[in-house]
Design a protein around this ligand. Structure first.
Ligand SMILES: [Fe+2]
Ligand SMILES: [Fe+2]
Length: 316
């Protein structure tokens, strides 16, 4: 069984600056920091390439984690400003009850909003903001939520040339159908939010046990397919990780369904992980915690049911 989205992996040029930014902006706090090397094992080289030392920080929020990487032996990547319609993981969404409670701290910490927060007609406020290295976090304020709640993770967003195969893959992984589908076009506020012109886009959401997967397919300006999969060491949002209860059982289930894994099961006794790619070539990690590592489980987060609670309020 899949417990939920555990973390999203973000490759940054400066781990300590990124840790400071995500702490000040969104109250995500480091709970684990270590150094490793991609040269240590063949499976790690397959994922990251021959890049040498990797510094890692796991940042914890109310209901999940971000995993930050700095590839210290690589030349630091310049500020990168990928458009939101480019194929891949485009953003992670942070929700709150009160936009001012994150917008101002994020801007003070160095966030660059594409536009000021705006209402697309749902009563919620939305803002795509770039971190100091150019990666996007979505800030979303829901009037239905309590203003006193600390920021929580709401979804991981992918842009894809075709929602169908992605919805099938994540549907098979999670045993869930998309819960909502929408189409947007001729919406000047959508253009302002995304920083694109004449946006026409289809969207779908799939609930996991923690927070949601969001799929967008831009028909204009069109999301074009990538030529080759991107290594996990490339700058930006590069992988999504799902916590599982039984990693061997999930590998068997997915292999039986026709999916092949990039690696064997790696890690030590208390944290085991393995990787495959989704139909768009995005890296997908399965991770299992036990024993001493159980404190990293989603169930140990103070508000691991936050998104389900919000959904229940929305449904009334
Ligand atoms: Fe989003
Ligand atoms: Fe990871």
């Amino acid at each position: 069984m899949i417990v939920g989205i555990h973390h999203t992996g973000l490759v940054v040029p400066d781990l300590s600056a990124a840790t400071a930014y995500y702490g000040a902006a969104f109250n995500l706090r480091p709970v684990l920091q270590y150094e490793t090397s991609s040269n240590r094992e063949a499976d790690a080289r397959k994922l990251f390439g021959d890049i040498g030392t990797i510094k890692v920080a796991m940042l914890a929020g109310e209901n999940g984690f971000l995993e930050l990487f700095e590839c210290t032996d690589q030349a630091p990547s310049p500020y990168q400003e990928k458009p939101v319609n480019e194929q891949g993981i485009t953003h992670v969404c942070i929700q709150v009850g009160d936009m001012d409670s994150i917008f101002e701290p994020a801007v003070a910490a160095g966030a660059r909003p594409i536009a000021d927060p705006l209402d697309l007609g749902t009563g919620n406020l939305y803002c795509y903001a770039r971190d100091p290295f150019g990666n996007i976090t979505e800030l979303e304020a829901l009037p239905i939520a309590d203003k006193s709640w600390a920021p929580w993770l709401a979804h991981v967003s992918f842009s894809t040339p075709d929602i169908g195969p992605m919805a099938d893959f994540y549907g098979c992984l999670l045993g869930a159908e998309p819960r909502a589908r929408i189409q947007l076009s001729n919406n000047p506020k959508g253009d302002a939010l995304t920083g694109l012109r004449d946006v026409a886009v289809k969207g779908a959401w799939i609930m996991t046990g923690s927070f949601q997967i969001e799929l967008w397919s831009y028909e204009h300006p069109r999301t074009t397919p990538r030529e080759t999969p991107v290594p996990l060491s490339a700058p930006g949002w590069q992988h999504i990780a799902f916590e599982v209860e039984n990693i061997e059982a999930e590998v068997h289930r997915l292999e039986t369904a026709g999916h092949s894994f990039m690696t064997g099961i790696m890690g030590n006794g208390n944290a085991l992980y393995t990787y495959l790619r989704d139909p768009d070539g995005n890296a997908v990690e399965l991770i299992k915690f036990s024993g001493d590592a159980s404190s990293f489980s989603l169930s140990a987060r103070p508000n691991h049911q936050r998104v389900a609670d919000v959904e229940a309020r929305v449904r009334g």
